[in-house]
Ligand binder design. Structure first.
Ligand code: B12
Length: 216
């Protein structure tokens, strides 16, 4: 078992909608001592990217997509238990998916990569109000808010986070970073929601947050 074989097998399993086999492939990969964070980065993430591209080309129906997403969720839940956590967090970030938006896989990948990179991550989950993002960031003294949106209209609403940060004079302490399909489709869109930055994927998210808040 290596990462490439594992990726191929996992993708075939998603296409075949075989939930039991999906679990087994992840167990086999962990048993073969492949590191959990590598499995996330080189197996689960690219398999999901492949599936997303097919869905965008309308090759996959929504009902099949639901089942695939559940296979990926199960894999992520298992792998998260195996990801090593650094003892002293570098900084704290709050992450969540925009209000009315129930796309969670990308957010969970970003959260995992941030944790692996040494950040404390407070994950508010799906459909988060703008005010909730800011209130939580203040209460845990977070240096950044990371907001995920996969639908154009939920992405547009994120501008409210900027308004609240401005109103409460928190713009110097809390950076605001966005990501998700609408921001990838239109590379200028993040400026419309007046974010401090966007990132295209989980690896770039880590680099962007590090740069913005000045953590090495
Ligand atoms: C899987 C999926 C679903 C699943 C979600 C399951 C789940 N548990 O998440 C289900 C089937 C439930 C679903 C439902 C719907 N979906 Co949908 N879905 C998708 C699909 C195919 C893939 C999304 C995904 O998981 N990608 C894989 C992950 C890993 O990638 P990602 O989310 O983009 O995240 C990466 C980056 O964007 C970035 N990132 C993400 N978040 C963040 C945050 C920050 C801060 C940063 C820095 C980076 C970052 O890093 C991530 C990791 O690399 C997309 C198509 C697409 N191309 O995106 C449509 C898509 C997003 N869905 C769409 C639609 C329309 C819907 C529905 C309205 C369909 C319907 N008629 O009911 C509902 C909406 C439900 C709701 N209110 O949220 C449209 C949105 C169109 C639009 N213009 O707004 C898309 C684009 C499909 C399409 N081609 O039309 N969907």
């Amino acid at each position: 078992m290596n990462l490439e074989i594992c990726r191929q097998q996992f993708l075939e399993t998603l296409i075949a909608l075989d939930q039991d086999r999906g679990k087994q492939i992840i167990e086999d990969a962990l048993a073969a001592k492949l590191p959990a964070e590598e499995i996330i980065a080189h197996v689960v993430n690219p398999a999901m990217d492949d599936v997303s591209a097919r869905q965008t080309n309308l090759d996959i129906t929504l009902s099949r997509m639901y089942i695939m997403a559940r296979i990926v969720e199960t894999a992520l839940n298992r792998l998260l238990l195996a990801v090593p956590r650094p003892p002293v967090p570098r900084a704290t970030v709050v992450i969540g998916t925009a209000r009315g938006d129930y796309h969670g896989l990308g957010r969970r990948l970003v959260a995992t990569f941030m944790r692996v990179a040494g950040f404390k991550v407070v994950d508010l989950g799906l459909s988060v109000e703008n005010r909730q993002f800011v209130n939580m960031a203040v209460s845990v003294k977070a240096q950044a808010i990371l907001a995920s949106a996969l639908l154009v209209h939920t992405a547009e609403e994120l501008v409210g986070i900027r308004d609240i940060l401005r109103e409460r004079k928190l713009e110097n302490e809390i950076k605001f970073i966005v990501g998700g399909a609408p921001f990838n489709f239109d590379p200028e869109f993040w400026t419309q929601v007046r974010a401090d930055a966007m990132a295209r994927n989980a690896t770039d998210a880590v680099a962007t947050v590090r740069q913005l808040i000045g953590v090495g």
